[in-house]
Design a protein around this ligand. Sequence first.
Ligand code: EAX
Length: 325
Amino acid sequence: MKKLFAFLVTVSLIFFSNSATAEIKIKLGVVTKPGSAQNIVAGKFKELIEQRSKGDIKVQVFHSASLGNETEILQQIQMNTIQMGIITGGPFDTFDPIVRVINYPFLFKDNAQADKILDGPLGAEILKSLESSSLKGLCFSENGFRNLTNSKRPVKTPEDIKGLKIRVMASALHKTVWQALGANPTPMPWPIYTELEQGVIDGQENPLWVMEVYKFYEIQKYMTLSRHVYSPHIDVASLNWWKTLDTKTQELIQKAIYEAAVFQRKDNRDKNAERLRLLKEKGMIVEEHPDINAFRSKVVEMKDMELFKNPKVQALLIKMITASK
Ligand code: EAX
């Protein structure tokens, strides 16, 4: 009897220690600080997945670039030292040129159209393509439509942009857009407050939440509602890690991250009117009606550029342009 008891204790110890090691731990990296768009997705995902997995899946969010900038986070996700990330579209294009397609200037008309296309088969083609870079694309959340700010002068037409030193993301596409618009673009990883403050760069471009959360109203006098690029995040996992998960776990994660993304897109959009009001109140001079047609005419030929020459990329770009007409 004693022996049987000892045996049962041993078995249950093995059983419990096994189930403890079976717990899935996810390191999730974002470059921005708490309160930022990427963190809202990450926080919601953590809440949903920990609750639904009854604690079997644990998410640890590393924010404020504590694991490196967005390019470095992606490299670590490829190697599975980080399992997931909420990463802005821009820096993906050095990993897979197909991602340039979603950052194409003046592509999407509005939020509803962006959602329809990115949640549909064309968005799925991009997510699928990332697998050849050892990345598992799960879904799209958003930074939002990007707007130009600068410390030098009001910008209404492309003429006003001439010679401005504009920081851009680590993305060949973004650099080319700003060259075409007449600026002097400088690729630089996030964050960029100090560079703006010290005048290393005159301006930058980002959605409204960034100007508020990062207090750019303190150092950037002028904003132009240029909405030149719709900027999604790709919510991404390490493909090698993903393959170790059973189908049920994959489905649980896929569902939770998509719900978190939908939650965050709405949250971001709901707050934009109030943000604009606040930024004006803080003293920013806002050009609300720039000459968008003049901006667009400067970039209209971009689809024929070297950046989009790869046949797979070109084919998807044409489909995207047609779908967003
Ligand atoms: O989300 O680098 C960028 O401009 C991004 O938009 C930034 O991470 C803010």
